[in-house]
Design a protein around this ligand. Structure first.
Ligand code: SF4
Length: 367
């Protein structure tokens, strides 16, 4: 298929001058022929908002269980309940792990996410959050994406609002955008038919924002979606942001096919290349402008060199150190975790100024 290419800079100027965008305008950016021109305008806008500052956070991922009943075709992480390598961290073990990582590296955020375990309850999270807050009050709890909230609401026979209110009282500070994938139902049916619909993901995010729980918006691209689907996804996130102002960041992850059903079935053989990431990052900056101010670099799946390039194509946030992340290594991808000092150096090497941030994107240290 030969893609229709777009060269016309007026397409970018038009987006820069508009607030209410339509899918076609966003799609034209995603199809823009020159990454350099698109990246130039995105970087210019990023400099206008953040000057040369590039932020990062010292954080860890707490993947509390790999047992999951959803069985997404793109996921190499999940295991059945009776699988020999299934695990479920007890509250004590989870807290010990966070303490260990904090003692070693000093962290400001723990991102808590896992599979949908048939025996999990809201009390598990309430106790975990409360104990974490009591022992490690300096660490923000960025926890449970909409699919986990949906699952708890069914298991506990509570509304989304009740689940979120209880978790907020227990210590949940913000919500990661996991499970957003591509917010187009025909695509979700193909890659994760048992997952929540687009409307449910948006509804849970909207309730969460209205309860004062901010979050990040994510996008997982490079599987069966079209460029038009990517544009629709960005448009839905922008529309929600205009209603709630609850997203503080956008993160695009490329799909890693290793050890997944989509690869085994021959549907997706390779991960998408760096040019796709840069076009998505640049488009996200031009579309979200300062309305979703922080665009992350996605170093975990795209590698550190591309993450550095992202910072020059519209992204302003390198992301986190991500200690203990277990989902991506499950795909077979060799991941070398980054320390605070390494990220500082990586940012300096592209002539930007590293700053450490907290969970809410406030600068806590200049380097
Ligand atoms: S992506 Fe999440 S919901 Fe889907 S199978 Fe993996 S752990 Fe379960």
């Amino acid at each position: 298929v030969i893609e229709k290419v777009v060269y016309d800079v007026d397409v970018i100027i038009d987006v820069l001058n508009s607030e209410e965008l339509n899918v076609s305008q966003i799609e034209k950016l995603l199809r823009f022929y020159s990454i350099h021109i698109l990246g130039y305008y995105a970087h210019k806008l990023r400099l206008k908002i953040f000057d040369k500052l590039a932020s990062f956070i010292s954080n860890m991922i707490l993947n509390y269980t790999n047992v999951c009943i959803v069985a997404c075709k793109f996921c190499a992480f999940y295991r059945r309940l009776n699988s020999s390598d299934a695990y479920f961290l007890s509250i004590n073990d989870a807290i010990k792990l966070v303490e260990k990582v904090d003692n070693q590296y000093g962290i400001r955020q723990v991102l808590i996410q896992g599979g949908l375990h048939p025996e999990i309850s809201i009390e598990y999270f309430e106790e975990l959050f409360r104990k974490l807050k009591a022992k490690l009050p300096h660490i923000a709890i960025h926890a449970l994406s909409p699919i986990e909230i949906h699952y708890l609401s069914i298991k506990e026979r509570m509304s989304y609002r009740e689940v979120l209110e209880r978790l907020k009282i227990a210590g949940m500070d913000s919500m990661p955008g996991g499970g957003g994938e591509i917010l187009v139902d025909s695509i979700r049916q193909k890659i994760s038919p048992k997952k929540i619909s687009t409307d449910t993901w948006i509804k849970i995010m909207e309730i969460s924002h209205k309860l004062g729980i901010p979050g990040s918006a994510t996008m997982m691209y490079g599987h069966v979606e079209s460029i038009t689907d990517r544009a629709e996804h960005l448009k839905k996130i922008l529309d929600l942001q205009f209603r709630t102002r609850g997203f503080n960041a956008f993160i695009a992850w490329n799909f890693e096919p290793g050890n997944t059903e989509l690869q085994k079935e021959g549907i997706v053989k390779y991960s998408s290349g760096g040019s796709t990431l840069l076009k998505i990052i640049a488009t996200a900056r031009l579309v979200f402008k300062h309305y979703i101010p922080n665009i992350q670099s996605s170093w975990l799946t795209n590698g550190i060199e591309l993450a550095q390039l992202s910072l020059l194509h519209g992204a302003n946030d390198f992301g986190g150190t991500l200690y203990e992340e277990r989902v991506i290594p499950a795909t077979g991808l060799k991941v070398k975790f980054l320390t605070r000092d390494q990220i500082v150096n990586l940012i300096r090497r592209v002539n930007l100024k590293p700053v450490e941030r907290d969970n809410y994107y406030n600068v806590i240290r200049y380097y």
